[in-house]
Design a protein around this ligand. Structure first.
Ligand SMILES: [Cu+2]
Length: 458
């Protein structure tokens, strides 16, 4: 829920117009968000018109108009973010949430952003991808003195180019980004643009990652690569909302990467084109169809497609470890190793002992293993046919014939037309094939030992 501590906000344009000269000379009251739910699009009540975006498990920041300038107020502060139902993390963010709110402006807008620092250390905000005066670029020490705790700085520039951008700290970056500080910035075109299509649905989110030990709540900020929570907008599946669209919609999804590795983002059932990057719209001659696009660190990718196929389509990072939550690592590969008998013997010594992974790791999804409090299940999420066995960077594109225009609510699970679901073969079973005899001297092994995995990690 947005706490409207201010006179101006999404639906309060009338009030904003009547704010006194004295009030306009004061700092705009910051608007805070306490919920991790996907907020409905923020329809512009003042300034130039545009078609707003929907931020997955996020929201857009209301502004006030002050003599033709769009004024926003960001507050950098510690926050508690619900990353998944039952799992809260102590992060740093802006205006009550990590990530911070999406800032939406229109090409040519004069923008003034007040940044109040309520962190225990200094701060500065960089406006990634913008053309702006050098002194507004937000690089602590290089283009400005850092913002001390308790102080408010003012950034002001014109949003010169339409496109998908982001903002993030450029002061003690390693810590502040590891703690969850960043947000999206969308500059909408001021008029019809030959390379920017009108779309029916426009989603955006950031890729981010954390290293939070199971049972704890604060990220380890020194981690460079071995993160255990791969998130979209500081949420992990099944905590990530679905992308709900109407069949035939032109859909745009804008994705930014502020993790420490690349993420090949993959959509089922449709082909898309990359129509924009943080450099702006992509010329039509440079677009090609794909079903996976790699989003490197510090990049934005904006993809578009016609949602022509009805159904519940998986949409996820294609690195399989990134669709897992905490504790995906440091477990030896045990596929093909026969534990029978062993577990019984160990159970005599250690009641409750459980052998993990002899039939693959899928059992983890259903295992009734007690997790420490405040831990996201490793791979979970129930679908209409059972466990989805996913965590982390995973969601679902729901394409429905009867989803109303502008309705972003979850329509529930897809009802498949009769005869269109993969099903069990009920004819004659496969005859046992004749196989070559096992090599001599290997009589005890009836299964090939799997290679790869995490050798040398222990
Ligand atoms: Cu990934």
């Amino acid at each position: 829920m947005i706490s409207r501590r201010s006179l101006f906000s999404a639906g309060a344009a009338v009030a904003a117009a009547s704010v006194s000269r004295v009030a306009m000379a004061a700092l705009p009251e910051p608007v805070l968000q306490t919920s991790a739910a996907t907020a409905p699009p923020l329809q512009p009540a003042t300034g130039r018109p545009y078609r707003p975006v929907v931020t997955l498990n996020g929201w857009s920041l209301p502004w006030r108009m002050n003599n033709g300038v769009k004024e926003f107020h960001l507050v950098a502060e510690p926050v508690v973010r619900e990353m998944s139902p039952g799992f809260n993390a102590n992060l740093w963010g802006y205006n009550g949430q990590s990530p911070g709110p999406t800032i939406e402006v229109v090409e040519g807008d004069r923008v003034r952003i007040f940044v109040t620092n309520r962190l225990p250390e200094h701060h500065a905000v960089h406006w990634h991808g913008q053309r702006l005066p050098n002194g507004m670029d937000g690089v602590s020490g290089l283009t400005q003195p850092s913002i001390p705790p308790g102080k408010t700085f003012v950034y002001e520039f014109e949003a010169r180019r339409p496109g998908t951008f982001m903002y993030h700290p450029h002061a003690d970056e390693m810590v502040q980004m590891a703690m969850g500080m960043y947000g999206m910035w969308i500059t909408h075109p001021k008029a019809k643009h030959p390379l920017i299509a009108d779309v029916d649905r426009d989603f955006c989110f950031l890729l981010n990652a954390f290293d939070i030990e199971p049972g704890s709540a604060t990220p380890k900020v020194m981690t460079m690569l071995d993160f255990n929570l791969w998130a979209w907008n500081s949420r992990v599946f099944p905590g990530i909302d679905t992308l709900n669209v109407r069949q035939g919609d032109r859909v745009r999804i804008r994705v930014g990467n502020l993790t420490m590795t690349n993420h090949p983002i993959h959509l089922h059932g449709h082909e898309f084109e990359v129509t924009g990057t943080d450099g702006g719209p992509v010329p039509k001659s440079a677009r090609w169809p794909e079903v996976t696009t790699d989003v490197a660190v510090g990049q934005m990718r904006q993809v578009e497609f016609i949602a022509s196929e009805e159904g519940d389509w998986a949409f996820h990072c294609h690195k399989s470890h990134h669709t897992m939550n905490a504790m995906g690592h440091n477990v030896p590969t045990m596929i093909g190793v026969d534990h029978s008998g062993l577990a019984r013997k160990i159970t005599k010594l250690i009641p409750g002992y459980m052998a993990m992974g002899e039939r693959g790791m899928a059992d983890m999804g259903e295992m009734e293993m007690p997790l420490p409090d405040n831990t996201a299940p490793m791979m979970t999420g129930q679908g209409p046919f059972g466990g989805v066995e996913m965590g982390g960077m995973f969601s679902i594109l729901k394409v429905r014939r009867d989803q109303k225009p502008g309705d972003y609510q979850d329509p529930g699970w897809f009802r498949h037309p009769a005869g269109t679901i993969a099903h069990e073969w009920t004819g004659a079973p496969l005859a046992e094939p004749t196989r070559a005899p096992a090599p001599a001297g290997d009589a005890t092994m009836n299964v090939r030992k799997p290679e790869g995995g995490h050798h040398g990690h222990h």
